[in-house]
Ligand binder design. Structure first.
Ligand code: 3H9
Length: 694
């Protein structure tokens, strides 16, 4: 059984230390250990109280997610917590670090809670498609009141020790945790009164019976932040039960029933797939775990445009000084003022204190001279996409950067190996493809050149995590992972409009499927003129799928930037309004290119767009450009607004069955004559074997 609980008696107090590295989940060995320790301390007359704590960085990170769906060994968590809660001797939770999910629920079954100032708590089950199923939905509202408890559970956010103290979740903060907890336990053991049990705290529950406004607010919050997800409504129903059901144990039973509903729901499988997929994505199969990682203590960024500025903010936000270089003072000042106004916005929204702004902004320096980057540990180039320019920059960087410094390119489209060849250190060159806005978007594609060393790759992955990104590796191939898949998706969206759908219908169908933003809203946001201008500059003809977009640009409709594109936008607003005036143009372009416009169903829209992602994704896997199917899912969820509760496009394909995917692709090839629907060989093979994309 995984995990143990160490038992020691210190001065009449049983000290129970959970030992299940790295994060102390409640695996079978831990549950058994707690259960048996309670028996032991109950039987020992010399023990007057107990302290429960964790070894390492975590108190307890929750139930052991890797056990989900398997056969349960040892006692179940509810049974263990009941034993803990009804222990006849006072139990103090000494929360040494993170207490998440079942970890916080365990602490809530102790009589008292003391936390170190570095500790944090939370009930993030919602991120796994489930709800706190070990009493959290019934106990937390009794301490914080239902409104705060609902916010914590629906957002899944971590709550700092000081905030937890102010909300009444913990009783004390201590920087001398174990000593204080033991002394506190001894003191409490002297009490003759009954020790507090959270189940008996009813004041905040009774107060909440007066009005159901908190539930209305929680439903509005869930609809906005967790669109399409099943668990949030169940969390709300659990808290309604906590408020309205007199008998605490009956409330627990309700919670159990709702927990089971979530547990058997496909969203749970999808979201746990993403939990493990995100962690798997951070690992590179052939790069050993113990590969040395270079320290990144100073960074450089070339280019102070939108991407460069956003990337610089990522470093400053985690305390790494960063120096930005641009080719002239005017660009630099403009770039810095955008960065500063981003920080000012954060201050305005209360996400940053003014003093913190000074501190982070103060970590960003700038200049025109490359020599200032001589002591940087990594330099990221983020200038516009022009291979010759990038090669020139890399050769200059190679000359000034110290030995061992990593040179990275933010290119989204160019050949990294050609860029690396401009240096004498191709082993230290890597792609770091950030997504816009770089300071916000979590996805980071780490592009592996043919000579990028293990050390460079391991360092880039570790840096991604440090910058609070989700790093995913791609080989150096056109479009890498995300944009290559996106091209198939947007091509289909465009073709659907040529064939008879309207942009808002395509957007609505895909948004109903769960995409955060339909493709035409996205194209309007990015700017329709980018492709149009690039093609004009290169003297290229317009591909069929871009014919409508081309005509819109010819009419001066560039998207949000000038208030009209596929949609219309009012001054200063990003809300799309229908643009019926475009419909004649759609009809005209369709007719000119031989399309007889027809009524297209929402099902066809979703299947053609999403299956295109899947089909290209399968080629990416077959070519080894992406390491695993879950990496592609992680890319799509973190970079392209794919709904997490569907587990990403490849998981979605596995869910509907690869044989169905293949037959649908063939059906659409037949219908449209479009060979891009020819099923990927990998899909055909896996469908024949009745297996899955992995
Ligand atoms: C729950 O509690 C249900 C109850 O309400 C009811 C039950 C009846 N289990 O993320 P990291 C692994 S649901 C098993 O890289 P970090 C993780 O896979 C649970 N394994 O580190 C990774 O393994 P590997 C509610 C877990 O420092 C390693 O630990 N709790 C668990 O960046 C390191 O993880 C949650 O939802 C787990 N619970 O972040 C918390 N947690 O090295 C989920 C982690 O082999 N966990 N692992 O790849 C997290 O949010 C983050 O992992 C945490 C650490 C913040 C803890």
């Amino acid at each position: 059984m995984k995990g143990t609980v160490q038992y020691e008696v210190v001065d009449g107090v049983a000290l129970l230390r959970i030992d299940n590295p790295p994060v102390n989940p409640l695996s079978a060995g831990v549950r058994t250990g707690i259960y048996e320790s309670i028996d032991k301390l109950e039987a020992d007359d010399t023990v007057i109280a107990a302290v429960l704590t964790g070894k390492g960085r975590f108190f307890i990170a929750g139930a052991d997610i890797s056990e989900f769906g398997g056969k349960i060994q040892g006692p179940g968590l509810p049974e263990v917590l009941r034993k803990l809660e009804f222990c006849s001797k006072p139990v103090v939770a000494a929360i040494n670090g993170g207490a998440l999910g079942g970890g916080l629920e365990t602490a809530l079954c102790c009589n008292y809670r003391i936390a170190s100032s570095k500790a944090f708590v939370g009930l993030p089950e919602v991120d796994l498609g489930i709800l706190p199923g070990a009493g959290g939905t019934q106990r937390l509202p009794r301490l914080t009141g239902p409104a705060e408890a609902l916010k914590i559970m629906i957002s899944g956010r971590h709550v700092s020790a000081s905030k937890a103290f102010s909300l009444g979740i913990v009783d004390q903060i201590s920087d001398n945790l174990l000593e204080d907890a033991i002394a506190f336990a001894k003191e409490k053991a002297k009490m003759t009164d009954q020790h507090p049990m959270v189940r008996n705290f009813n004041d905040k529950i009774l107060e909440a019976r007066q009005s159901d406004q908190v539930f209305q607010e929680a439903r509005a919050f869930a609809a906005q932040k967790r669109t399409g997800q099943f668990a949030p409504e169940k969390i709300i129903q659990c808290v309604e039960a906590a408020v309205h059901i007199e008998d605490f144990d009956e409330g627990l039973q309700k919670e159990r029933a709702y927990f089971t509903e979530c547990f058997v729901h496909p969203q749970r499988t999808a979201m746990i797939h993403i939990f493990f997929g995100t962690r798997a994505a951070a690992k590179i199969a052939d790069v050993p775990k113990d590969t040395p990682i270079r320290k990144i203590q100073k960074a450089g960024v070339i280019g102070s445009g939108t991407m460069g500025g956003g990337i610089a903010m990522c470093f400053a936000n985690v305390g790494i000084p960063v120096h930005i270089i641009d080719q002239n003072e005017e660009n630099l000042q403009q770039g810095l003022s955008v960065i500063e106004s981003n920080y000012d916005q954060m201050v305005k929204r209360g996400r940053l204190k003014p003093a913190q702004k000074e501190q982070v902004f103060g970590l960003i320096s700038s200049g025109l001279d490359y020599s200032a980057l001589a002591d940087a540990d990594i330099i990221i180039e983020a200038v516009y996409e022009n291979l010759d320019l990038k090669k020139k920059i890399f050769s200059q960087l190679d000359a000034v950067a110290k030995a061992g410094a990593i040179l990275a390119s933010n290119t989204s489209a160019l050949d990294l190996d050609a860029i690396a060849a401009a240096t004498n250190r191709p082993e230290s060159v890597v792609g770091t493809h950030f997504f816009s806005p770089a300071n916000i978007m979590r996805l980071l594609e780490i592009v592996r050149g043919k000579e990028s060393s293990h050390e460079t790759m391991a360092t880039a992955m570790a840096l991604g995590k440090k910058l609070k990104k989700v790093p995913v590796v791609s080989l150096n191939a056109p479009g890498f992972i995300g944009n290559r898949m996106l091209a198939g998706y947007t091509t289909q969206a465009n073709m659907l409009v040529l064939e008879g759908a309207l942009p808002h219908q395509v957007d609505q169908a895909l948004e109903k499927f769960g995409m955060r933003m339909g493709p035409f809203r996205m194209m309007d946001l990015v700017g329709l003129d980018l492709g149009w201008r690039a093609r004009k500059l290169a003297g290229q003809s317009t591909p069929i799928y871009a014919k409508i977009s081309h005509e819109l640009c010819e009419q001066g409709r560039f998207g949000q930037k000038n208030g009209k594109g596929y949609y219309n936008y009012e001054q200063g607003s990003r809300a799309p309004k229908p643009a019926p005036e475009n419909e004649a143009l759609y009809q005209q372009v369709s007719a000119e290119h031989g399309f007889a416009r027809r009524i297209i169903s929402d099902t066809e829209i979703v299947e053609r767009c999403i299956l295109s992602l899947v089909n290209i994704g399968a080629d990416i896997l077959a070519e080894g450009v992406g390491q695993r199917a879950s990496d592609l899912d992680v890319v799509y969820i973190n970079g392209y607004g794919f709904p997490i509760w569907r587990g990403g496009p490849m998981h979605h394909a596995n869910t509907i069955g690869l044989a169905n995917v293949v037959s649908k692709l063939k059906e659409y090839r037949q219908l449209t004559g479009d060979n891009s629907f020819t099923p990927s060989k990998l899909l055909v093979k896996l469908a024949k074997e009745d297996s899955k994309l992995e």
